[in-house]
Design a protein around this ligand. Structure first.
Ligand SMILES: C=C(O[C@@H]1C=C(C(=O)O)C=C[C@H]1O)C(=O)O
Length: 378
């Protein structure tokens, strides 16, 4: 799938003081004093290009702090006047868009819960029509790339060319050390579909705690993401929302200082030659792997026909269990990650099952069952 968005490059709509682009500020604007003092400290670090603050907060349960509301726009205006930092807020309705634009907010972002709802995204897109304001679209809460792409398309179709995506991770039922699973492969797929789309990582929402932020932020930069949105607060311990994931402006500066900034390419000729040579080796190996997988699947199909003719079930748990153990041991002896091996083998097994299911049901009307293999996480 190719995603054809009409995009203006990030550098044409935001003045990045330092690489990478850092958007920072409180999760929620709480008081004028909290917002202004945080903004001044952020500006003083020299590392921040945009000031963010949530003023309308979509909360999971009622009764929690739902944002300070429109008054926060006045505080943002003042913060911008005093620090010179452009401002960014989350919008979830047409009214939010109108108010934010009237107050001179420089960048709008669509939150994860909103991206998941095409009606809301369309309402926002319609309100944006005729305006020339940059809009960032967070990934939907659920790991659905099409919803993310659909939201970007709706905004772009409304004439917004200064557009980017924010990768803030995905809700998961499973317990994990992250608040939202990064599922990097979805961001990588988005980048593959539309290489010119800037992607900004939001380690605060992925991690849900300060401690993990450096690791996720560095990984995002190593995956060639163009910027980071990191929540900061003058005193995170008393923050009204998301206290655990906010950092002080000083901690933010230290974090940014420690990043290793790598370029997508190197101009060094010796490097280019060596890389080309190594890639040739990889090409040969990949061809062999694919060839062997093709041969394996041909045998799987033969087994399928054999099972069909002898009325034997497709799934053979003991055989599969034995394969997992033996291949697993071989793979770990070759220093392959057990998690990777397990997922790789499971993917092969589900494809075997799918192929044999088609063979078994060949003459039945249900022959149209085309189950696809589950997505692999990295
Ligand atoms: C190919 C077979 O069918 C299934 C697929 C397997 C595989 O891909 O290796 C193993 C066991 C079965 O669940 C088989 O029975 O050997």
């Amino acid at each position: 799938m190719k995603l054809n968005l009409d995009i203006q490059p990030l550098s044409s709509w935001v003045n990045v003081t330092n690489e990478p682009l850092i958007i920072s500020g409180p999760c929620s604007a709480e008081t004028e004093e909290q917002l202004l003092s945080t903004a001044h400290l952020l500006k003083a670090t020299g590392k921040v290009s945009v000031l963010r603050a949530g003023i309308w907060k979509p909360r999971t349960r009622p009764g929690e702090f739902e944002g300070i509301g429109s008054i926060g726009l006045e505080w943002l205006k003042r913060a911008k006047e005093e620090t010179g930092l452009p401002t960014a807020v989350e919008v979830a309705t047409a009214k939010h868009v109108e108010e934010a634009l009237a107050a001179g907010v420089d960048i709008l972002w669509v939150g994860a819960r909103t991206t998941a709802n095409p009606f809301s995204v369309q309402e926002i897109a319609d309100a944006l029509r005729g305006h020339d304001v940059p809009v960032l679209v967070k990934n939907p809460v659920n790991p659905d790339l099409s919803l993310w792409i659909g939201a970007l398309e709706r905004i772009n179709n409304a004439g917004i060319k200064k557009i980017g995506a924010i990768h803030r991770g995905f809700s998961s039922f499973e317990k994990s050390s992250f608040r939202n699973e990064p599922m990097w492969e979805l961001a990588i797929q988005l980048k593959t579909h539309c290489p010119e789309l800037p992607i900004i990582n939001d380690p605060s929402h992925i991690c849900g705690n300060r401690e993990l932020i450096p690791y996720i932020a560095q990984k995002a930069l190593d995956l060639d993401m163009q910027g980071l949105m990191i929540e900061s607060h003058i005193d995170p311990s008393v923050a009204w929302t998301d206290a655990k994931q906010q950092v002080t402006p000083a901690a933010l500066a230290e974090l940014v200082e420690r990043f290793s900034i790598r370029q997508p390419e190197s101009k060094n000729e010796a490097f280019a030659d060596k890389l080309a040579d190594l890639r040739k080796q990889i090409d040969k190996i990949d061809d062999l792997v694919i060839q062997k997988l093709g041969e394996r699947m041909a045998i799987v199909e033969k087994i399928g026909e054999f099972k069909r003719d002898n009325n034997v079930t497709i799934l053979q748990v003991h055989r599969w269990d034995e394969i997992m153990k033996r291949r697993g041991a071989f793979a770990s002896a070759l220093k392959l990650d057990p998690n990777f091996t397990e997922k790789f083998l499971e993917l092969i097994h589900s494809e075997s099952i799918r192929k044999q299911t088609l063979i078994m049901n060949k003459d039945k009307t249900a022959a149209t069952i085309v189950e696809v293999a589950p997505p692999v996480q990295i």
